[in-house]
Unconditional design. Sequence first.
Length: 139
Amino acid sequence: MATFDETPRLAEAWAALADRQADLGLPFLVAESAGQVTGYAYAGPWRGRPGYRYSVEDSIFVAADRTGQGTGRQLLSQLISACGHAGMRQMIAVIAVADDRSSVRLHEALGFAQAGRLHAVGYKHGQWIDTIMLQRALG
């Protein structure tokens, strides 16, 4: 699954993200196999304004050599459950439009419905990228 990050995060940035998630009472999940990280998932605030405090945006990444093995499904399923238990009401996914639609299929398989498309809002590898927004109720 793709990300709009353009450079790898340093260890300090990962630690800060984990601390922020803990402070917000939101999950930060890591999948690993034989001591190697194979994927991660977390949900952060959808928007910064107080009226959106019960909505989150998911972020999921699965290592390229681990796709198609159920890691993404397991992470997203656990993320949905944990966010529901944390009192969140809606989860939003913002997915880059690409030839590989596995992320969209994964989200739809777990109850997300398409809510819109934003044209040319991301820029990566020298090209403008559309995103698809999906949404799912959590409770």
